[in-house]
Design a protein around this ligand. Structure first.
Ligand code: IPD
Length: 268
């Protein structure tokens, strides 16, 4: 097993450099460079520049590592460590200068995240976790450990979620939300899966679920949530995946996952 403190130091440096770039070099005329799953699913030049900077920062310290990034970074490496990168999670928020966006950097060993850093510079927060070492939030106020809310019943839960960008998927997700809304306290759609998972870890949400999130969206945030005491999984006993990712404290997780399965939230 590699030195996890070294991986944390690399992840923190890479996420911080990318976060600074995204804030300091954000062009006034930031436009959409390309679209992905639909015409409303944007990629900006800043997404690409951020991913390049994360990769360059890691390689300068760990030349044998592999990468898997949203904007195309893809190499196996030779060290057994693979960096999973979302250079801007919440690109629509970044485009609109809405503060809930983050740089998400996770180090995986044998397909499992061992270190995760989620830097959200527009709100001055960096969330981080090392497997087995708890989850933490660093900000101007200092650094503090995180713990999910426990003992919250489903009908009192504040639930975060998100939506894909393709019209058919969205219509289905809207139908699920319509049935969920009367059964919970309320719903939030923050616009960044990584930040949502960290919000859960910080007790700002009681639960989170989403269909369609990819490995780069959730790798770091799911480790932060788990290390803060959340269960992160799928429904019907499945692991968390693009089919459906659900996260909440034990107990609430079971109740929410059962309801989401009943509502077919893992199906189009
Ligand atoms: C998106 C965000 C959003 C979620 C979408 C993701 P991106 O990631 O995480 O919250 O609802 O499904 O695609 O594209 O901005 O990196």
């Amino acid at each position: 097993m590699p030195d996890l403190q070294e991986l944390l130091s690399v992840a923190t440096e890479a996420a911080a450099r990318a976060a600074r770039l995204l804030v300091d070099e954000r062009p006034p005329d930031l436009g959409v460079a390309a679209t992905k799953s639909s015409p409303t699913d944007p990629v900006t030049e800043m997404d690409r520049a951020s991913e390049r900077l994360v990769v360059e920062t890691v390689l300068a310290r760990r030349p044998g590592d592999g990468f898997f990034g949203e904007e195309g970074a893809d190499r196996a490496g030779t060290s057994g460590v693979v960096w999973v990168i979302d250079p801007i999670d919440g690109t629509v928020n970044y485009l609109y200068d809405h503060p809930f966006w983050a740089v998400s950097v996770a180090a995986e060993v044998e397909g499992e995240a061992v270190v995760g850093v989620v830097a959200a510079p527009a709100v001055g927060e960096t969330f981080w976790a090392v497997r087995g070492g708890g989850a933490h939030l660093s900000s101007d106020a200092g650094s503090r450990p995180l713990q999910v809310n426990s003992g919250v019943a489903l009908d009192r839960a504040l639930v975060g979620t998100g939506f894909g960008y393709a019209a058919e998927r969205r219509a289905r997700q809207g139908a699920v939300v319509a049935q969920l809304l009367p059964r919970v306290r309320d719903i939030r759609r923050g616009g960044s899966a990584a930040y949502d998972l960290c919000s859960l870890a910080a007790g700002r949400l009681d639960a989170y679920y989403e269909r369609g999130v990819q490995r780069w969206d959730t790798a770091a945030g799911a480790l932060v949530a788990r290390e803060a005491g959340a269960v992160v999984g799928g429904v019907r006993g499945a692991a968390a995946s693009p089919e459906l990712t659900v996260a909440a404290a034990p107990g609430l997780f079971d109740d929410l996952a059962a309801l989401l399965a009943e509502l077919g939230a893992d199906r189009d």
